[in-house]
Design a protein around this ligand. Structure first.
Ligand code: ADP
Ligand code: MG
Ligand code: ZN
Length: 628
């Protein structure tokens, strides 16, 4: 946000005071003209009579409503003066004035002011009410001006949502501006389609999710995607950042939410985008702290109420973005609210090259720049960082007096920008990348070589939002509710596959398997204590559980001696699974190398690509099934 501080608020206030004073004077001059036409001398009635007798009076004006006589005289030096006196009950006055002559010997001009024209009410209106209105209006203008200068919400905009309304022409972004992120784009395209032809969905009785949550690390293009949706959908787009809800007065945030949704309902179909929703949507429990965070909580509650309150078929779609999904309140993620989650992850090799190309269009680029080479050198960089690199490169070209950007500029820019984020420890070194690649392929290979294991759908070594360095996504082909002993053992073997590959190839261990260890142990333990899958304990329940789900809290309910035996059994299960994994990998060592090299090169690999390589040429026979 462009937050320009006010240059000097005190100065502005001073200008305001001076301005108001001038306005008041001008106003007075208009309403009471004679008062201002020159200095008016107050004189006694006697003086008036003697001036009249002396023949210096030119004109007399009586105002009975004010009780004044104002007259003009020409003094000895021939200058005009205005004098004023009070009307005295003098029956001769009229005759005397009419009988008098002025300095030039002509009759004195004599007249009065008709009092009905300026009734007391009009006087009040013009003299008091109008100036007040003018001053208040000027004050409002000033406040608005000051708050704009300060760039933030202010005390005077009581509960207005401040949401910026973009129309298509204004965001100017389309999906073409977002490179990579194909999965996210696909999910959002559905929303765009709904806004285009709501009838298609309504006629079949389908309702789209009310809200979708864009989740991903900073700079991956979440805000950009939301703007692109608005650009594609040709509907009004309300954009507001979570931090703008947090107001200086308690209750204002909630009022803003209400206002935002009221506006949105009027403009439907439209999109409401709440950027950085974690600022208001933080989990409510455990917030604690003195004073708590009532304000934020109220705002969140209002948001939940509004989301429940409106009818999804009207075509108001709420998008939100966050890079800290884990801090969000569970209530926000409930069905009917932000039930759809759209991951926006860091780009892989292809994605990075595409992003570089999109941004390179905006600068003069040498034709034979190799974007792939740059992409290869920037693993772990976000879209924002890549955009920044292009810009840095352009700046370098200018600095070197060139009109087009060359490969060397880009290479130098990569170094400057990477230096910035390497400190954040996001980029994997080449060696780490190798380890992670073998680790992930290890999981996948063990999974694929066991008949009962689900096939791999995607493997990536791009660091994930969750903090995992690599990721193997296994989706069961069909929903399985029953877990056989065989399947459970295979799963455990798959969990150990990552570490097994590391051992086999590098002969050393890394901390990368901590998550696997936890999962393998949990499963092995529940096999023994709850699922009756161990030989030793048969169908004896060894645990009481608080919940009915697999990973609910549970406590051991057995003697100490039994606990020891349980540990032995769990260890035996894991050990044999580990051995099995090592054997599978040993038998498929060529494929392990081949697949790991491919993954290192491409950074992510789909299930089909994986299976393609695995089945490309006759490979060693599948591992023996020894489910022990
Ligand atoms: P986020 O909201 O996820 O933190 P932004 O949407 O603000 O990230 O992205 C910042 C900038 O980075 C964008 O304006 C754009 O220039 C660039 N950028 C990020 N991701 C992409 C992408 N996938 N394709 C093109 N540009 C991108
Ligand atoms: Mg953003
Ligand atoms: Zn692992």
């Amino acid at each position: 946000m462009k937050t320009r501080g006010p240059k000097n608020p005190n100065k502005v206030l001073l200008y305001y005071c001076i301005g108001a004073l001038v306005a008041l004077l001008v106003f007075n001059w208009l309403v009471f003209p004679q008062m201002m036409r020159g200095a008016v001398t107050e004189v006694t009635y006697n003086q008036f009579l003697s001036d009249l007798d002396a023949g210096s009076v030119v004109a007399v004006e009586e105002d009975s409503s004010k009780g004044t006589i104002t007259y003009q005289i020409k003094d000895e030096n021939g200058r005009d003066r205005i004098c004023q006196t009070a009307i005295v009950n003098d029956p001769d006055r009229v005759d005397r004035i009419l009988a008098s002559t002025g300095p030039d010997g002509q009759a004195v001009q004599y007249g009065g002011v008709v009092p009905t024209q300026a009734s007391p009410a009009m006087n009040l209106l013009f003299g008091v009410v109008l100036p007040i209105i003018i001053m208040v209006a000027a004050g409002q203008l000033l406040m608005r001006y000051m708050s704009k200068k300060m760039g933030g919400p202010n005390a005077m905009s009581f509960g207005k949502s401040n949401a910026k309304v973009y129309v298509e022409a204004q965001t100017g972004k389309t999906f073409a501006d977002v490179a990579g992120q194909d999965e996210a784009k696909e999910a959002l395209a559905e929303i765009v389609d709904f806004l285009h032809n709501p009838g298609k969905y309504n006629s079949i009785g389908a309702t789209l999710p009310k809200g979708a949550l864009l989740v991903g690390p900073p700079g991956t293009g979440k805000t950009l995607l939301a703007k692109a949706v608005a650009g594609e959908a040709h509907v009004p787009f309300f954009s507001i950042s979570g931090s703008e809800f947090v107001e200086m007065f308690v209750g204002m945030g909630a009022a803003r939410v209400r206002d935002l949704f009221r506006q949105a309902a009027q403009k439907a179909p439209c999109i409401v985008f709440i950027d950085e929703i974690d600022t208001i949507g933080k989990s409510r429990d455990g917030a604690g702290g003195i004073g708590g965070n009532d304000e934020r909580e109220q705002t969140l509650n209002q948001l939940l109420t509004e989301m429940d309150g409106f009818d999804g078929s009207k075509g108001v779609i709420i998008l939100a973005a966050t890079n800290r999904p884990e801090t969000l309140d569970k209530a926000l993620l409930r069905p009917g609210r932000f039930d759809r989650r759209i991951p926006v992850e860091l780009p892989d090799l292809e994605g990075r090259a595409a992003i570089l190309k999109v941004h390179a269009k905006k600068v003069m680029m040498d034709e034979n720049v190799d974007f792939m080479a740059i992409a290869r050198a920037t693993s772990g960089a976000s879209g924002a960082e890549l955009a920044n690199m292009i810009n840095e490169a352009a700046l370098l070209a200018v600095k070197n007096g060139r009109r087009i950007v060359r490969q060397s500029d880009l290479e130098e820019a990569v170094e400057t920008v990477i230096a910035g984020y390497q400190r954040k420890n996001k980029v994997l070194s080449q060696r780490e990348k190798r380890i992670v690649a073998y680790h992930e392929i290890g999981h996948a290979l063990v999974a694929a070589r066991q008949t009962d294991s689900a096939p791999v759908t995607k493997i990536t070594i791009v660091p994930r939002t969750s903090g995992a360095l690599g990721y193997t996504m296994q989706v069961p082909q069909e929903e399985t509710n029953l877990l056989s002993r065989e399947e459970a053992l295979n799963k455990i073997a798959t969990f150990t596959g990552g570490r097994a590959a590391e051992e086999l190839i590098f002969g050393s261990y890394t901390s990368g398997a901590s998550g696997d260890i936890e999962q393998a142990t949990r499963l092995a333990r529940s096999m023994v204590t709850r699922l009756g899958m161990s030989r030793q304990f048969d169908m004896m329940a060894l645990e009481t559980t608080a919940g009915k789900y697999l990973n609910a809290d549970s406590t051991l309910a057995c003697s100490e001696g039994t606990a020891e035996k349980i540990d032995e059994e769990v260890l035996a299960i894991i050990k044999s699974a580990h051995e099995k994994a090592i054997n599978i990998l040993k038998e498929n060592i060529d494929k392990l190398h081949e697949l790991a090299a491919f993954l290192m090169e491409r950074e992510s690999i789909t299930g089909e690509e994986f299976m393609g390589i695995l089945n490309r040429e006759p490979s060693p026979a599948p591992a023996a099934q020894n489910g022990q």
